[in-house]
Design a protein around this ligand. Structure first.
Ligand SMILES: NC(=O)c1ccc[n+]([C@@H]2O[C@H](COP(=O)([O-])OP(=O)(O)OC[C@H]3O[C@@H](n4cnc5c(N)ncnc54)[C@H](O)[C@@H]3O)[C@@H](O)[C@H]2O)c1
Length: 298
């Protein structure tokens, strides 16, 4: 087998939660392009069905399963439907999130407990619930790959107090499950992006995006597709000896605490126009008015 063959997912069955838009949509399409049949799970039926259709157009099988990942019985039903409709479960990507909750998060000393509970439930508890159901299905196969979505906010204090805390929890949950489930040949890893141009960041001004570019050594604003190579690697046999790891895909942002905008010797590999293609696609499907840079006009 050549080394490139290790990355192929032909014959594999994957599921992705929160796959109707943003990073989850990019992941679902990337897994399908790599050869997998993909179950699309989302709370939003319209966007989820659209992505399932896109996967079928790529020549793979797909099923949309309307799922609220905060409801354990719906997560069980998602795994059951994936196994029944697509024939098993090899790869599970736990990605769902209700992005764009604040322009500025409330200060920690006033952070509402209901909001804390909402975020912990969706960003941490639901991932544990999902991993449990997925691992049971993977045990039947004798192997599997679980990829959880963490964030650079697991290791730097840049976002709402509950979000940073939940994401740090995802990183440790991933390690703990990896330690326990190696005996079933299940790898559990997580991915931590920087600021990524999904609909979750649709209210960001062009000025703020420019600031973000200037604080990333690679010089462009992260896109969902910038995460897909890592995802396919973690989903494939190429990563069979990698488990319990958090792969930070952040363009170098968290390497240092930059005191001033970074200087460049040459243009970045991705232009501002190329940064927004996936975001603009998603805003069109969601019916959210926006300008040609994907900044919402609401
Ligand atoms: N965008 C960023 O800057 C960024 C940075 C770091 C980490 N992340 C992480 O990446 C992941 C994806 O983020 P995104 O920016 O694409 O988010 P997004 O908000 O654009 O998309 C999230 C998707 O999850 C779905 N969803 C929401 N609640 C759900 C529920 N209860 N059950 C099922 N589906 C639900 C939404 O309908 C949507 O399709 C998240 O885990 C997020 O925390 C994002």
């Amino acid at each position: 087998m050549s080394v490139l063959d290790l990355f192929k997912l032909d014959g594999k069955v994957a599921l992705v939660t929160g796959a109707g838009q943003g990073i989850g949509r990019a992941y679902a399409l990337a897994l399908a392009e790599a050869g997998a049949d993909v179950a699309v799970a989302d709370i939003n039926e319209r966007t989820g069905r659209h992505v399932a259709d896109e996967i079928v157009a790529l020549g793979r099988r797909s099923v949309f399963v309307k799922t609220d990942v905060t409801r354990p019985e719906e997560v069980e039903a998602l795994v059951t439907a994936t196994v029944a409709e697509l024939g098993g479960l090899d790869v599970a990507v736990n990605n769902a999130w209700a992005g764009g909750r604040y322009v500025t998060p409330p200060p920690a000393e006033e952070f509402p407990l209901e909001e804390w509970d909402f975020i912990m439930n969706l960003a941490l508890r639901a991932i544990f619930v999902s991993c449990k159901a997925e691992a049971r299905a993977m045990r039947q196969r004798g192997r599997g790959k679980i990829v959880n979505m963490a964030s650079m906010s697991a290791s730097i204090a840049n976002a709402a107090v509950a979000y940073c805390s939940a994401k740090a929890g995802v990183v440790m949950l991933t390690k703990r499950l990896a330690a326990e489930w190696g005996k079933y040949n299940i790898n559990v890893n997580c991915i931590s992006p920087s600021y990524t141009l999904s609909p979750a960041r649709r209210t960001d001004s062009e000025e703020n995006r420019e600031l973000i570019r200037s604080l990333h050594p690679m010089g462009w604003h992260e896109r969902p597709e910038d995460l897909c190579g890592t995802l396919v690697y973690l989903a494939s046999d190429a990563s069979n000896y990698v488990t319990g790891r958090d792969i930070v895909v952040d363009g170098g942002h968290t390497l240092n605490v930059w005191l001033r905008p970074l200087t460049r010797e040459m243009p970045p590999l991705v232009s501002p126009e190329d940064e927004v293609r996936s975001l603009v696609h998603d805003l069109e499907i969601l019916g959210i008015p926006h300008d040609d840079r994907g900044v919402t006009l609401e």
